[in-house]
Design a protein around this ligand. Structure first.
Ligand SMILES: [Zn+2]
Length: 252
């Protein structure tokens, strides 16, 4: 696989069909035939037929320990990837783990009163911090745009929303979940540029500059005055002080 090319997790199922270290477990009343496996092109197709894969017991035991997983990771890197790709994948795997730790800490701290610097952020690389914040915000909002309600996830689990800071990171250094919202790309851009905001009653505000545009998408204007869509847990909704700071900044 050339560097930079994306793939689907469905593909290895057809490639590894005859490997001895796993077997596919069919959905109830379904049979998995070699022809069917060879046609697998997407995760949703695969899910129709397979519940999952059952790993060989020995391999499964190795995967229970951190050392075992590390050894497997190294063996895969050395046998399947170019030296250039190995270096990038090693770096990425460190970032993934750091991002996961960071999002867990943000989650734990979310029961605390609002504090600006809740974590010593210097301990984390910016990429890991971004990914950790993103993971927490996107899952807490269940992949739904807080302003327009859009929720689209591809079979490969790519989502239409991004994690937006209410008061930008560059200004606030604040990854508190209550300084975040999941927003689709258009709403994110509109929010960051002061075309949209949120009132103290959690209603969408649209700037008069949007209505002045002859080609602004109609959907943005219809959102004005509608309630935003927040997380299930009321304690994780955007904090009033951050929303107010955003409104002040853009005179909304
Ligand atoms: Zn949106």
């Amino acid at each position: 696989m050339p560097l930079g090319q994306t793939s689907s997790i469905a593909f290895p199922f057809s490639r590894l069909d005859r490997e001895p270290f796993w077997e596919l477990v069919p959905q109830p009343c379904k049979t998995i035939t070699p022809a069917l496996i060879n046609n697998t092109s997407s995760v949703s197709y695969l899910r129709k037929y397979a519940l999952g894969a059952r790993l060989d017991q020995g391999l499964s035991q190795v995967m229970q320990t951190e050392e075992g997983r590390e050894a497997l990771r190294e063996a895969l890197l050395l046998s399947c990837f170019s030296p250039e790709a190995q270096a990038q994948l090693r770096e990425q795997s460190v970032i993934n783990r750091e991002a996961y730790d960071y999002s867990r800490i943000l989650e734990e701290k979310s029961h605390l009163p609002l504090v600006k610097e809740i974590i010593d952020v210097d301990n984390y690389r910016p990429t890991a911090r971004d990914q950790g914040f993103r993971r927490l915000v996107v899952t807490t909002y269940d992949h739904r745009c807080a302003l327009c309600g859009v929720r689209i996830i591809t079979p490969e689990q790519y989502t239409a929303v991004e994690a937006a800071h209410i008061v930008p990171w560059s200004k606030s250094n604040n990854d508190d979940i209550r300084n975040g919202m999941a927003l689709c790309r258009l709403c994110h851009w509109a929010f960051d540029n002061g075309m949209m905001g949120v009132s103290d009653g959690y209603e969408v505000i649209t700037s008069r500059h949007i209505s002045a545009q002859p080609n602004a998408p109609g959907i943005l204007l219809t959102l004005s005055g509608r309630g935003i869509i927040g997380p299930k847990d009321n304690n994780l909704w955007p904090a009033q002080e951050y929303l107010a700071e955003h409104r002040r900044e853009f005179k909304l």
